[in-house]
Design a protein around this ligand. Structure first.
Ligand code: GDP
Length: 459
């Protein structure tokens, strides 16, 4: 496998549940060759070394004669565990004191404190999962919406890796055929059919490109869909944000231009996270502080997937609305035209705006807010995620895919402008290398440190 210098001989221990959190139970995780033996030395109950894998045992943890806690011990015998090593999970009562005592006792028996992400690192080093799957574990734990959960779960179960694996195998086949040609270079033979190779490379490029493109959507799903709430001061942007959030977050006031800064908040609508950005209006202003806000509004709008543009019918007559919409149209970002304060409008007054096809809401009275949420989901078209779709959400993966794509491009160029087999082989090997970087077939200690140090201790 990889050229790493990690030592996995020692037995490691860490608290796996959040430290300092309220809750009835804490789980202490032990992994390594000696995990069962070390736990057995402080456990009174059945002899753990004689028990089958995947069994749970009640007993006490003792320091000499002193009982520290009554616990449940779950046993996982190698290789049938997360880390592929002997592993034990000790469920104790959730007391900081008990946890410290138990971990200390385990360390006294020969275990050592685990580093951040070390359990998952071991799962990777012992072949239990590839690198992209290990990274998905972190995403899964961080997931806070149905969509981000679904992507992480898909990646953890290997969807992403499986696609790459078969691509790599096809490429390896060609690389070896071309390398064989090198051995016969005097005789000018071609073992690798160039048309077939070209077809394969094109096929792979399409998939790699699709994965690269999925990043934008995958990233949006993971981090939330950025939506800007815009409109002139006092149209009710903060009130709408509050209605979405169902809490008093942004300051609502009658003084025009109060929302000077941008405020961001997240809400979950039908499983998709939206990141709402409440902004100062785009009204031209002499106020310097507010003018800065306006600049920022335009910058923020450009990052949005969707703009909710609010109008106040008491301030904005139809032609005024039309001229503001013109400015929004220039940004070329999808937008929703919303007439707020509809509670103050008669049906007849509403008719005036009919040609603009707006949504009428009252942020203050919470009228039409649910319909607006539905419209948001429809507009971003992320509501029905296809579970079959493999999505890239990790910048490291996109970079590797981009490099793969570049190498493939060079291979294609090499075929069309005949270069010698050794150059062709080199470019194919490069593409293989970058694909391998994603799954960890090719990895370095630096890369692993970088990835796993971002995990919590106990993962
Ligand atoms: P912003 O400057 O666009 O953020 O506007 P605010 O949310 O601060 O609202 C300005 C004023 O309009 C406040 O007094 C709100 O109570 C009022 N307002 C907001 N939405 C509505 C609404 O739907 N109906 C009515 N009648 N007043 C509203």
């Amino acid at each position: 496998m990889s050229n790493t210098g990690y030592i996995t001989e020692d037995t490691i221990v860490a608290l796996a549940t959040p430290s300092g959190a309220n809750g009835a139970i804490a789980v202490i995780r032990v992994s390594g060759q000696q995990a069962i033996k070390i736990t057995n030395a402080i456990f009174k109950g059945k002899d753990l070394s004689q028990q089958a894998s995947h069994t749970i045992h009640f007993g006490t943890i003792r320091d000499g004669d002193e009982i520290i806690d009554e616990v449940l011990v779950s046993l996982f015998v190698a290789p049938n565990s997360y880390t592929k090593e002997n592993s034990v999970e000790i469920s104790t009562h959730n007391s900081k004191y008990i946890i410290e005592r138990v971990i200390h006792l385990l360390i006294k028996q020969g275990a050592r404190a685990a580093r951040a992400g070390e359990f998952t690192l071991r799962a990777f080093l012992n072949g239990g999962m590839d690198l992209s799957q290990a990274e998905a574990v972190a995403d899964l734990i961080a997931s806070n919406s149905a969509a981000s959960h679904q992507i992480a779960m898909q990646q953890m179960r290997g969807g992403f890796s499986n696609q790459l694996k078969s691509l790599r195998e096809d490429l390896i086949h060609f690389a070896s055929l071309i390398e064989l040609e090198l051995d016969f270079s005097e005789e000018d033979v071609e073992f690798a059919n160039r048309d077939q190779l070209k077809n394969l490379i094109n096929k792979i490029k399409v998939i790699v490109q699709k994965l690269i493109l999925s990043f934008e959507q995958g990233n949006v799903l993971k981090n939330g869909v950025p939506v800007v709430i815009a409109g002139k001061p006092n149209v009710g942007k903060s009130t709408l944000l509050n209605a979405f959030l169902n809490e008093e977050r942004a300051i609502v006031s009658d003084i025009a231009g109060t929302t000077r800064d941008t405020i961001e908040d997240e809400i979950n609508i039908h499983g998709v996270t939206f990141r709402f950005i409440d902004t100062a209006g785009i009204r031209e202003t002499a106020d310097i502080i507010e003018a800065k806000g306006v600049e920022r509004t335009r910058a923020k709008m450009k990052q949005a997937r969707l703009i909710i543009y609010l109008f106040d019918p008491l301030q904005d007559k139809v032609d005024e609305v039309q001229s503001q919409l013109q400015e929004i149209q220039n940004l070329q970002i999808p937008f929703l035209t919303i007439i707020n304060k509809a509670d103050l409008l008669s049906d007849q007054q509403k008719d005036e705006y009919a040609s603009l096809n707006p949504l009428y809401i009252s942020a203050k009275e919470q009228i039409g807010v649910e319909e607006l949420k539905e419209e948001l989901i429809n507009r971003v078209q992320l509501g029905n995620l296809n579970t079959e779709d493999v999505m890239v959400t990790n910048i490291r993966h996109v970079e590797a895919l981009q490099k793969t794509s570049d190498s493939l491009e060079r291979v294609l160029f090499g075929i069309d402008n005949p270069v010698t087999s050794d150059f062709l082989a080199m470019d194919i090997r490069q593409a293989l290398y970058h694909l391998g970087e994603i799954t960890g077939t090719v990895s370095t200690d630096d890369l692993l440190d970088n990835i796993f140090s971002k995990f919590c201790i106990g993962k």
